[in-house]
Design a protein. Structure first.
Length: 162
C-alpha cells in the first residue's frame, strides 16, 4: 500500500489520489497530539481523539511506501505534516529493542519499504542536509528499509516525479 501525506492545497488532490492508495491531507483540521501515550498502552495504535487522525497509526503502520509532500520549514516538515507524524507514534510500542546496533522502539507492524519526502519552498544547503538526516532517522525509527528526499525547485515538478 502507498500512502501520501501532504500539506498542499486542494488543486493537487486528484493528481495525488491517482498515485496512491490513500491520501491524507495535513491541513491542520484535527487535534494535535496530547502526549498521553494512550495509543501505545490503553488502546494500541488508536488515538483517543475522535477525528480523522484517530486511525493514522494503523494507516502508516500498514503502508509499504509512505510519501510525504511538505513545505520546508528550516530543514523540517511543515507544522501540519509534523502534527500528523506526531499522532502516529502508536506505530511502535513503548518497548525497546536493538535494530542495526541501535536502540529503537519495537515496531507494532513490522518492516516497511520506503519513506519518501518531497520538499518544496526555499531551502538552503544546510537545511537540505538537515532534511536528509531527519528523513533517514524517521525511516529507521518507523521501520522503513530506506529513505529518499527529493527537493523540488517548483511544485510543477511534483507530478512527473511522484
Amino acid at each position: 500500500m502507498r500512502v501520501i501525506i501532504h500539506d498542499l492545497d486542494g488543486k493537487y488532490e486528484e493528481m495525488l489520489a491517482s498515485r496512491c492508495d490513500k491520501v491524507l491531507k495535513a491541513d491542520g483540521k484535527y487535534a494535535a497530539c496530547q502526549g498521553c501515550f494512550g495509543c501505545w498502552t490503553k488502546h494500541p495504535a488508536e488515538c483517543f481523539m475522535t477525528d480523522r487522525l484517530q486511525q493514522v497509526c494503523r494507516l502508516i503502520g500498514q503502508t509499504d511506501e509512505l510519501v510525504i509532500v511538505t513545505k520546508n520549514l528550516y530543514g523540517e516538515y511543515s507544522a501540519n505534516v509534523k502534527n500528523v507524524l506526531d499522532r502516529s507514534i502508536g506505530t511502535s510500542t513503548p518497548f525497546s529493542n536493538y535494530r542495526g546496533g541501535q536502540m529503537h522502539h519495537t515496531l507494532r507492524y513490522g518492516k516497511h519499504d520506503l519513506w519518501k519526502v518531497f520538499v518544496y519552498g526555499d531551502i538552503t544547503e544546510q537545511e537540505k542536509e538537515t532534511f536528509r538526516y531527519l528523513a533517514e532517522r524517521n525511516a529507521i525509527n518507523d521501520g522503513f528499509e530506506r529513505s529518499q528526499v527529493v527537493f523540488l525547485a517548483d511544485l510543477s515538478e511534483l507530478e512527473e516525479q511522484l
